[in-house]
Every structure is written in structure tokens, then in C-alpha cells.
Design a protein around this ligand. Sequence first.
Ligand SMILES: [Zn+2]
Ligand SMILES: [Zn+2]
Length: 339
Amino acid sequence: MNQLSLSRNASDSLKTNGNPAFAPSLDTVQQVDINEREFRRASQSKSERWTLRTPTKRDIVDRLGRVSAEDALRLKNCCSAFRVLTCGEHTLRSYPTFRCKKLFCPDCAAERATRLGNQTEAKIREVMKTTKGRLCFLTLTTKNAATLGGGLVKLKKSFANFKRKKDFKNHIKGYFGAFEYTFNPKTNDFHIHLHLIILRGKFWNQSDISDAWRDVTGDSFIVDIREIKNAHKGVKEVCKYPMKPTDLMEMPDDKFLEVVRMKKGTRMFVSGGCFYNVKLDDDDAADDNIFSQFAELIEGDACPFCKQELFDVLVDRGQHIGLHKLNAMPATVPKTNSS
Ligand SMILES: [Zn+2]
Ligand SMILES: [Zn+2]
């Protein structure tokens, strides 16, 4: 079972409120097995295999340890232990005992991307039932910035002015999007851009968008607009990691520390127009496992697959990976009429 079909199942069950032919929820295992190359190779599509060449969480912890021991310890502890609800044969639910919720943590970033992606896709589909238009992917870029904070402020200000423009309002019915950063080690600066999913009413061509964007930024005009054929992929692109771990490893200490210390609550998302209600639930309290179909099961209940008693156990990262690896869960719950 690959990751794509799992996350689709997750969003499907969200939409249909309990599809009986559900697949087991293994969201969590996909989030934590960054080190498990084999597992990931089997569970990832080609386009996602870049993660195989990226640094592992341990690499990032080591790198972070050189600039901040405290932050490194938090990162190390994140997803190091799990509470698992299991019958011994089937794993029905699992979640980490501690999450660092840091932007640069591969475990937390992956969890966040999955969760936000599923929420967003469901909400966009909802809006598009009643509002007509073309779903497009719009990328707005700015010139490279020496600091992440400075660059972000500039891009946010430019976008605030951009969306006030008459042209914007005439062509775009709704938008939602996220900021993304890349780092250029040669020039030692950040490239910050905004990925947006827009609902376009009237056609708006790229050169006109570019002119309008130059108008508000003063010096930046590189924009890209294309129609989205697959809403699922489009949403995934917007909700993915805001920063690649490879970039993180190439930063000098001062830049690295800036990313690590970036203020909590720094707004990562924008939304407006008919997508105004695409509010992304990105707070710390968000449940790690809200897409689990087994959320209501507790210790002592019977396993829906084999009817054995369920136990709530605490396992470490290695055991957790092992538990999931051993599991070959049936695709559907067997009917209970044989007894
Ligand atoms: Zn984390
Ligand atoms: Zn079982």
C-alpha cells in the first residue's frame, strides 16, 4: 500500500464520513520512518524519492547540536517513543509521546503536510461545488533575501498590496497558499516564494500577472501560473515541507540558527476570497491521529480484525517501525456473522 493511496483514503473517509471499505490507518508510520529507507522506497512514488537522498533526522540532530544543544535534544526526543494500540498482530493506532512541532523536523513536517493536505483538499472540493472557476497553481517569487525574516516580511507586504489590486480582484475568486524557502549556499541567501492555489474566474495571462507583481514588489517579476489538473497533487504541492532538509544542512550557523529560532506562530499560510474558509488548523493541539478510523477504540476492546483483546503499549522508535513492518493488515474488516 503506498502513501498516496493512504492519504487519499484518509481524505475520502473524511468526505464520506466512514467508508465501510476502509484501509488501516498507518499515517503515523509514514511520518516517522524517515530513516527506514527500504520501507520508504516501497511506500513512495517516484516524485517523492528525493527524500531518500536527503539527510536523515539524525544528521539534522547532529548538525543542530553544534549550534544549540537544547534544540537538538528536543528534536532528538521528538517521535522517539510511541503509544500503540495493538492486539499483537494488528496495529490499530499509534502516536508519538512527544512532538517538537518544529518547522525543520522531518517527522513533524511530514505529519503536518499530510494533515493539512487532507483538510485543505476536502475544503476546496466543498467550495468548488458551489463556485465556478478554474483551479490554478500560482507561484509568486521575490528576489533573494539575506535573512529569512526580512525576506518573509517583504513577500507578505507585497502580497498584501497585490491582492488589493483591481486586476487581482477581477480575475481571482479565491486563493489559499503557503510560503516556501530555499537556501542558496553559493550566494548565502534565501529564496522565498509563495505557492498559491487560486480559483480563477476570467483568464489572466502570465505576462499581465508578472507586470502587476512587479508593480507591487518594485524589483521582482518572476511568476508562474498553470492550471491544476489534479487537485490532490496541487494541494500536496502547497502543503509540503516549507524547506528541504538538504538546504538546512548547507546553511552556515547563523542562517541555520535563524531558521531554528523562527518565531512560533509565524504565519505560514494565506487564504482569502471564496477560499477564505480554507482555514488551516495548524495549532499545536491538533491531534496527531485525527484520520485514524480507529480513534474510538480503547484498551480492552476487541480487535476489529481478529477479535483478540487490544493493549495500549509504549514502544520506542525501533520497535514501532518493527511493529508496523510485521503488520500485513487485511484490507477490510471481516464480517462478524460467522460466530
Ligand atoms: Zn518533531
Ligand atoms: Zn488483531
